[in-house]
Design a protein around this ligand. Structure first.
Ligand code: HEM
Length: 202
């Protein structure tokens, strides 16, 4: 591999790992605070059961994928499941954010945060947020943990909760709360759904 390509790949690895995890952490924490305020629960009650917290995190990942879309170029003519032909060389945009809010898959409340939703079949509760196929996210199991599908039970011997769940659990157990005097702000100028600041108190 030429040096400049190696530099590009290494830079990509840091971006792919850190930018995604950081924004996912803040989105999931915000959804947790919001849900607890609406449901009259405390974040401590939710994090006490890390399996439950992991569902909160996966549901937040579904609604807020780090990349709203993924691109592919067809290496050969490809016929899609619905019969449409993608000719060799064509570029296809996979709209992860739109797919993740498909009401036929996630139900009529697909645009809402509902960590208790039931999803039929082999669909990930995080939707398409980690891509799929041979280029599926390399860090998926690290950040999301073991992703259980419809009807699967966790294996107590080796269940992984993922770094985002474990970090939120630790922060909430140490008393993290949103700062009532400084409201969080999103980056208005960005087309991506990302927070600029999220002030908290301990
Ligand atoms: C919440 C956190 C993360 C999200 C939402 C996420 C999302 C994604 C998505 C959607 C892709 C596929 C892009 C495509 O299909 O074009 C991808 C690829 C990738 N991710 Fe992640 N990612 C996350 C965390 C991480 C972490 C922690 C690492 C490394 C430790 C990582 C490393 C990679 C790499 C190397 C690829 C490229 C894989 C390939 O092209 O074969 N990601 N990620």
């Amino acid at each position: 591999m030429p040096d400049e390509l190696m530099v590009r790949e290494v830079a990509f690895f840091y971006l792919a790992a850190s930018h995604t995890s950081v924004h996912t952490l803040v989105h999931a924490t915000h959804e947790l605070f919001n849900w607890c305020a609406n449901e009259n629960k405390t974040p401590e009650e939710i994090v006490a059961n890390p399996h439950q917290l992991q569902r909160f995190v996966l549901e937040s990942m579904r609604l807020h994928p780090s990349s709203p879309e993924a691109w592919r170029r067809a290496e050969a003519d490809v016929t899609l499941a619905d019969g449409r032909l993608i000719p060799k060389g064509d570029k296809v945009v996979v709209e992860l954010q739109t797919a993740n809010r498909d009401a036929t898959v996630f139900g009529d409340d697909a645009t809402e945060f509902n960590p208790q939703r039931t999803i039929q079949g082999r669909i990930s509760p995080a939707g398409m947020s980690f891509g799929g196929g041979m280029h599926v996210c390399l860090g998926m199991n690290l950040v999301a943990g073991t992703v259980l599908r419809d009807g699967e039970a966790p294996n107590p011997e080796n269940h992984q909760f993922g770094t985002v769940t474990l970090i939120i659990k630790e922060l909430i157990e140490r008393g993290m709360l949103p700062n009532p005097d400084q409201l969080p702000q999103k980056i208005e100028a960005s087309e991506r759904d990302v927070w600029a600041t999220y002030p908290v108190l301990f």
